[in-house]
Design a protein around this ligand. Structure first.
Ligand SMILES: [Zn+2]
Ligand SMILES: [Zn+2]
Length: 329
């Protein structure tokens, strides 16, 4: 089973957009956008370590306070990624509260903000709780251009779309998907247990076939003998998240490139296809354009987000247009 256990929208299609990515074995979760987080349980909110914010319009950022309030009571770091000057928006939110009770004795909690612009993460700002969140500049993380996150099992790419302001779209790419074949385990009389996690980690690292893997009951096996038998390796999951973007060709091309080959594309479908003029004025996509992006990118599944409440009386109107444009009859 993969570490990327689940991706699910934080709310319904008419709510603030947002996506929860649950990392089952890391006991962590990631969020794309920080709108209204009331659709998450408290345990899910407590697991969020990193949030990737498309832009600082209120419906994408008002949930920051929720995570900040939770963080105050436990040591750790909440890492945020956003567009250029995002740290100023975070600083302004923090400045809205009084912090006289924070000092060196309070839990060591910090907010770290990375800004993605000109195609890379170029600025990092730290807000340490023990210093009443006074902002300090830090070295940006060493990430390849185009990436906003990189760890053993997956990376996250970003692309700035035009929404009058930069609006970041994201794609999470799992490196490799490693599955355990229960029938093969049973055939060889091997136990289920933590050793399988270690074996999968060795595969992800690209360890050589002669690497010795110890099972929980003390047997020693060659990694190469487990591959293509007990462990099957396939391409990793790709999940793309595209929200607020003006309905023009440059955005369509950029979003299509980012979503290319995704297993799941979560995409804003703010306006109905017949309301293109309105979508152009408000700098949002229509369902028809979102569906064409999904089709051109060759995604396997497309899920609508951020549908305008003007269609609340016809809840399936916009999603049906998205489906039709994605897979015309
Ligand atoms: Zn917006
Ligand atoms: Zn929005």
């Amino acid at each position: 089973m993969s570490r990327l256990a689940e991706t699910r929208p934080v709310g319904g299609p008419f709510d603030d957009p947002g996506l929860l990515v649950d990392l089952r074995f890391g006991r962590r979760a990631l969020l794309f956008d920080l709108g209204d987080l009331s659709g998450l349980g408290q345990r899910e909110r407590l697991r969020v370590t990193d949030a990737f914010v498309s832009h600082a319009h209120m419906d994408h950022f008002r949930g920051f306070d929720t995570l900040l309030a939770l963080g105050l009571h436990r040591p750790g770091t909440l890492r945020l990624v956003g567009p250029k000057d995002f740290a100023d928006r975070v600083a302004a939110k923090i400045a809205g509260y009084t912090w006289n009770l924070l000092d060196e004795t309070t839990p060591d909690f910090s907010v770290v903000v990375d800004e993605f612009f000109d195609g890379a993460v170029r600025r990092r700002t730290r807000f340490p709780g023990r210093r009443a969140f006074a902002r300090e500049a830090a070295d940006p993380p060493a990430l390849s251009p185009g990436l906003v996150h990189d760890e053993d099992d997956f990376s996250i790419e970003a692309m700035a779309l035009d929404h009058g302001i930069p609006s970041l779209a994201f794609a999470l790419q799992e490196r490799r998907r490693i599955n355990v074949r229960r029938d093969a385990l049973d055939r060889r009389g091997l136990p289920v247990g933590p050793w399988l996690t270690a074996a999968k980690r060795a595969v992800r690292r690209g360890d050589p076939p002669d690497t010795e893997i110890a099972t929980d009951d003390g047997r020693r096996l060659r990694l190469g003998d487990l591959l293509d038998d007990v462990l099957s390796v396939g391409p990793g999951l790709r999940v793309a998240y595209v929200v607020d973007a003006a309905p023009h060709d440059a955005n369509v091309a950029a979003a299509t490139a980012l979503a290319r080959g995704a297993d799941r594309l979560y995409i804003e479908s703010a306006f109905a296809t017949e309301d293109l003029a309105l979508a152009q004025r408000r700098l949002h996509l229509t369902a028809g354009i979102a569906g064409r992006i999904a089709r051109a990118a060759g995604v396997r599944e497309v899920i609508p987000l951020h549908v305008s409440p003007r269609y609340l009386d016809r809840p399936d109107h916009v999603p049906a247009q998205l489906r039709a444009a994605f897979a015309p009859p």
